[in-house]
Design a protein around this ligand. Structure first.
Ligand code: TEU
Ligand code: CA
Length: 562
């Protein structure tokens, strides 16, 4: 495998709207990000991905772009963006923007012109079909945010347009070479500014299985998941390879794809040495226990399931490339509230367990990608009523749960478990009003636990979650262990031992053994042979006697082996 400039870094996702507000309007902004670059460097971050800051009506929090060449005034100005790129580079931090090109906003000029003249040039930028009143829609797919993927084209009773996501997010017609050219021009315009690269949104969806047709319904609403279409579609890699040639490859840009459903044989084409992306996220853990019924039917994830999913991903990428390892992002619940058994975060082992989860994930082969707040162990938030929820996906899932016969209370329970708001509450900087996020009213309420969980409190505490993450990022840069931490082969150790997640990271120079006791009870772990040193430990002590590690509840250690 070819070595790349970004392999040894630690990446960090910023959700700008919730990071830091500097002008008191309750919305995080680019000046907030600029002011925290030193903080990110201190944390050991070498790459940041910004969720969208382009001009947008924010129907889906910026994933609905109305102008790809402008910064939304709520986030700042283009000068702020240029300054951010420049200042980050000075600190050896690459800036990655979100590339949202499966769809744009219905307020984008292209869509407005398509509505004015559906038969003209811009009508071809979207998927517009005829539908006479009373006729069936062109197909029965259910949009990701609920309801049919077809909505009436404004101003035209006999026409409908396709939107796999919200109706304010019309899908762009990638079959049209003119659309592709517009997108490539835009990408290069940004790369010319000195951007390190892109995180590429919902990219698998750009290839539609045509002609449109129905698939078997999977809920009482008579519709089916878009997954059916994704499974049937062929040829997405032709588009992606063309895009890479026209843009990324010319700049040696870093790209990370949001790829959910690749076929096994496609992996090298996505992230191999000559793949169309540098890397993609590992969603194997994220999608555990998901089904067509929706959130309300999703069972909690067990440590055994978590471990097995991680090991499958490690095995499949062994000779191919790097995945990005995550425990959460802006679309998912907080990792500590999801992968740790219920009650752990409020129990006596919360600190140790949070570090264990972070450590087990961070030490896997691949690019560790932290999400803002993860480094201080931020947790899910709680809403009493659906009116308090902002996330459009959660609001839809609430309706789905009610339609399936759940009570309002039960429906709220599933919303609280999975709402995307969980990860979107403001960053908890300190114990002052609004967690130091804003001097105004935050756009989304701060998690009330900010008085206990905040960065300022953790800085001064050597045993904090934050200082543990700092030790993890430092280990990745430690000349002695770097080779094993970054490139070492992953080999599961005692994979059959329940609630133990352990693996070797083997490099020619040295071998590390990562061990996590994924439970509330102690556990004995027989070591393969003697350890040289304890490189990292989430507790004060590490008891090894006669070749056995007496792991305390939730103990996590990294051992350098002889
Ligand atoms: O998410 C896209 C995406 O594919 C998932 O939300 C997916 O719909 C779901 O998990 C199916 O398993 C991206 C962004 O991350 C998200 O915030 C946006 O809302 C979405 O695209 C639309 O742009
Ligand atoms: Ca602001």
């Amino acid at each position: 495998m070819e070595r790349k400039w970004w392999h040894g870094r630690t990446a960090y996702q910023i959700y700008p709207k919730s990071f830091l507000d500097t002008n008191g309007d309750g919305i995080g902004d680019l000046r907030g990000v600029i002011s925290k670059l030193d903080y990110l460097r201190e944390l050991g971050i070498g790459l940041i991905w910004l969720s969208p800051v382009y001009a947008s009506p924010l129907a889906d929090q910026g994933y609905d772009i109305s102008d790809y060449y402008r910064i939304d005034p709520r986030f700042g100005t283009m000068d702020d963006m240029d300054e951010l790129i420049r200042e980050a580079k000075r600190r050896d931090i690459g800036v990655v923007m979100d590339l949202v090109v499966n769809h744009c906003s219905d307020e984008h000029e292209w869509f407005r012109k398509a509505c004015e003249d559906p038969a003209g040039k811009y009508g071809q930028y979207f998927y517009i079909r005829e539908r006479k009143p009373g006729e069936a829609l062109p197909c029965n797919w259910r949009s990701y945010f609920g309801g049919p993927v077809w909505s009436p084209l404004p101003g035209h009773d006999n026409l409908v347009y396709l939107h796999l996501f919200h109706r304010k997010q019309p899908d762009l017609n990638w079959e049209n070479p003119e659309v592709r050219r517009e997108i490539y021009t835009m990408i290069n315009w940004w790369l010319d500014k000195g951007l390190a690269g892109f995180r590429i949104d919902a990219i698998i969806n750009i290839k539609k299985a045509l002609p449109f047709r129905d698939y078997p319904a999977d809920r009482d609403d008579g519709m089916c998941s878009v997954d059916n279409m994704l499974f049937a579609a062929r040829g997405v890699l032709d588009f992606l390879d063309e895009m890479a040639n026209e843009t990324f490859r010319k700049y040696d840009a870093f790209t990370v794809g949001e790829v959910f459903n690749e076929r096994p044989e496609e992996l090298p084409l996505f992230i191999g040495d000559s793949g169309c992306f540098s890397t993609m996220f590992d969603f194997a853990e994220t999608v555990l226990n998901q089904g067509p019924e929706g959130w309300h039917a999703q069972a909690p994830i067990t440590p055994e399931q978590y471990k097995a999913a991680c090991f499958r991903s490690q095995a499949k990428t062994r000779d191919t490339g790097f995945l990005c390892n995550i425990i959460e992002n802006h679309d998912e619940p907080r990792g500590v509230s999801r992968y740790l058994p219920a009650g752990t975060c409020t129990g006596p082992y919360a600190m140790a367990a949070k570090k264990l989860l972070g450590g087990l994930n961070f030490m896997l082969r691949g690019l560790p990608f932290l999400y803002q707040g993860q480094e201080i162990g931020m947790e899910n938030t709680h809403c009493e009523r659906i009116e308090e929820v902002d996330d459009i996906s959660a609001r839809d899932q609430y309706r789905v749960a009610l339609a399936a016969g759940l009570s309002a209370r039960e429906a709220m329970e599933s919303v609280n478990r999975f709402s995307r708001d969980n990860a979107r509450t403001p960053f908890q900087w300190d114990a002052s009003a609004n967690a130091g996020f804003t001097s105004g009213t935050p756009w989304l309420p701060v998690n009330p636990n900010y008085r206990e969980i905040n960065l300022e409190a953790q800085r001064s505490d050597p045993d904090s979650v934050w200082n543990f993450y700092r030790a993890l990022t430092a280990l990745r840069e430690n000349p002695e262990y770097r080779e094993a931490v970054v490139y070492g082969e992953t080999k599961p150790y005692l994979p059959g031992q329940k609630n133990l997640m352990a693996y070797f990271r083997r490099a020619p120079s040295n071998v590390l053994l990562v061990i996590g006791n994924f439970q509330d009870a102690p556990q004995k772990v027989r070591l393969p042979h003697a350890a040289k040193t304890v490189v990292l430990n989430n507790l004060r002590e590490c008891v090894i006697k006669n070749g056995v590690l007496y792991a305390r509840p939730w103990q996590f250690v990294v051992l350098a082996m002889k």
